[in-house]
Design a binder for this molecule. Structure first.
Ligand code: ADP
Ligand code: ZN
Length: 206
């Protein structure tokens, strides 16, 4: 954002697959705001407790303290009037309420920075992030590196057997893949394989 007059707020969104550096980028932007002596508050959904109970942690180990919230509405309750910059990590877990929360905060003159996955394990749009992109003043799309071939990776490949939309985890459960190496149906195939092998075991027991 180049020219901002008065105390106008806005929404910045950082999207991309897992391992693309979204948390690192959020931490970088918030640290710079702190250096500029701005009042910063950071939130993340309670669902993501991968590494730290109450902090944003990147896969490379950067860390910044944050407040845990269960819903996007809880962010509105917890934001202090004097706060100037608000960071929200893992926005895809906060549901539709994230849209009105971000709008209200930006309308109130705050700079809102949200990170999240724009697509799910099948490569489908992961709401509410796509709609948040449509509302935002500034968008950054990051790519990871495909672990198979080294090309830019736009996808989050699920490696475990589950067709649930949300399965929280990192090491070994997901990896970054490019559009050529991505296998959207891999998780579903694994579910089928598991079912088939249970049937075989049952048949053997009988
Ligand atoms: P995100 O929040 O998008 O999941 P993070 O900011 O937590 O990403 O982590 C990004 C860091 O992960 C990179 O700087 C790099 O050190 C590490 N990393 C591990 N695997 C990969 C990969 N396949 N592609 C790119 N970075 C990776
Ligand atoms: Zn690849």
């Amino acid at each position: 954002m180049d020219i901002v007059k008065g105390n106008m707020g806005w929404i910045e969104v950082v999207v991309g697959p897992m391992f693309s550096g979204k948390s690192e980028e959020l931490i970088r932007r918030l640290r710079r705001a702190e250096i500029a002596r701005q009042r910063v508050q950071i939130f993340k959904p309670v669902i993501d407790q991968r590494y730290s109970v109450s902090g944003i942690v990147s896969h490379s180990g950067l860390e910044l303290g944050s407040d845990l919230v269960r819903t996007a509405e809880e962010i509105l309750e917890k934001v202090e009037p004097r706060t100037e910059v608000i960071g929200i990590d893992e926005g895809q877990f906060l549901g539709e309420g994230l849209l009105s929360t971000c709008n209200k905060l930006a309308d109130a003159g705050k700079r809102v920075i949200v990170t999240g996955l724009d697509t799910d394990f099948m490569g489908r749009p992961f709401e509410p992030m796509p709609r948040l992109l449509a509302m935002a003043e500034e968008i950054t799309k990051l790519l990871a590196i495909c672990v198979r071939c080294g090309n830019p990776a736009v996808h989050t490949q699920r490696l475990v057997a589950s067709e649930e939309l949300i399965v929280v985890g990192a090491g070994g459960m997901y990896e970054a893949r490019c559009r050529r190496c991505f296998e959207p149906n891999l998780a579903a195939q694994k579910v089928d394989e598991e079912k088939a092998s249970t049937v075989k075991v049952r048949a053997a027991i009988r």
